[in-house]
Design a protein around this ligand. Structure first.
Ligand code: AFP
Length: 319
């Protein structure tokens, strides 16, 4: 496990070295291709995807991988030894921000394989977040950080570019009890359910909850790279949500993916004292039915996530 995390950290260093060179390395812009999510593939998306795969396919630690950028699972080639772990990843989250020099990130989720031997299977990849043995993200921002949990707290490391190593800077991260921020793409408000609209006004301090209590109202912060939005709220306190909406009739469950975006961040949030939900159920308790399944997502301070569930229950009549 430690070696696997080390390999992921190495991939992160290479991706960071590329992102920090930006326009100098001719790696900004689109490849011209569209991924299986129907999104345009950026050159850095492709580079990050390839980098993580190549640094992990031959080590003997993994049985199978799955990436946001690839439609099918990526079993380890028979040329290489097969290991006992499963790696799911979003190679470059927030890629629409790449060209604007805004923070982006990599998210990863690690499971123990379920299959007994041979190549890893789809079933190995479709495990509940509760079965995660480690999860984390790399954030490529003003500095590069690796934040991860293996079920014993959340720890943050900052890349020291002068020595090329991640050094422990944020041991045992806990979400502050007093939240500061709410983070959501409010441009989509007209596509939200009544529950989400009322909940958002509650967060703004404009509407009471079911007991008649008002909040003072939080600041709104939204970057549009979930890793960066999540990271800020993990350190500053608050809630990030991407609800289901009626913007695109194809995606009635919101935009974010359960297995390699929602579940790993949910594991981190829980380890830091927070929680997560899809509006009714903890994200960690959802059984994925497909590799690229989308989910509505609420993540951050426990009381704010529970309050979102309450508003949804009352206004959207969901049990
Ligand atoms: P990519 O991984 O395809 O870049 O998706 C980014 C993302 O899923 C998530 O990181 C952002 O928070 C979200 O999209 C922003 O999307 P909106 O523009 O719909 O707010």
């Amino acid at each position: 496990m430690t070696s696997l995390l080390y390999d992921i950290a190495l991939a992160g260093k290479v991706i960071a070295s590329q992102t920090s060179r930006g326009g100098l390395a001719e790696i900004l812009g689109k490849t011209g291709a569209t991924n299986i999510q129907g999104e345009e593939v950026m050159k850095l998306d492709e580079l990050a995807d390839r980098m993580i795969y190549r640094l992990n396919d031959h080590t003997g630690r993994l049985a199978v991988m799955a990436s946001e950028e690839q439609e099918d699972i990526l079993p380890v080639s028979s040329r290489f030894p097969i290991g006992k772990y499963v790696l799911l990843y979003d190679p470059l989250d927030g890629s629409s921000n790449i060209d604007y020099n805004v923070s982006i990130g990599t998210i990863f989720a690690i499971y123990r394989r379920l299959s007994q031997s041979g190549h890893g299977t789809l079933e190995d990849c479709l495990q509940k977040g509760r079965d995660l043995i480690a999860a984390g993200y790399l954030i490529y921002g003003a500095s590069t950080m690796l934040v991860y949990t293996s079920g014993m707290g959340v720890h943050g490391f900052t890349l020291d570019p002068t020595v090329g190593e991640f050094l422990l800077t944020h041991p045992n991260i806990r979400i502050p009890e007093k939240p500061k921020y709410y983070s959501v793409n409010q441009g989509y408000e007209k596509f939200w359910s009544d529950g989400i609209k009322h909940y958002t006004r509650y967060l703004q301090g404009d509407e009471p909850d079911a007991n008649g209590n008002f909040l003072k109202g939080f600041s709104m912060r939204y970057i549009g790279s979930m890793v960066a939005d999540f990271h800020r709220n993990l350190l500053g306190g608050g809630i990030y949500y991407y609800p289901a909406d009626s913007k695109n009739p194809k995606y009635t469950s919101g935009k974010l993916r359960l297995s390699y975006e929602g579940a790993p961040l949910a594991f981190i949030a829980e380890q830091a004292g927070g929680t997560s939900s899809n509006g009714t159920t903890n994200l960690l308790d959802l059984q994925p039915e497909g590799l690229h399944q989308r989910t509505p997502l609420f993540i951050g301070n426990r009381d704010l996530v529970e309050k979102a569930e309450e508003f949804i229950r009352i206004f959207d009549h969901q049990e």
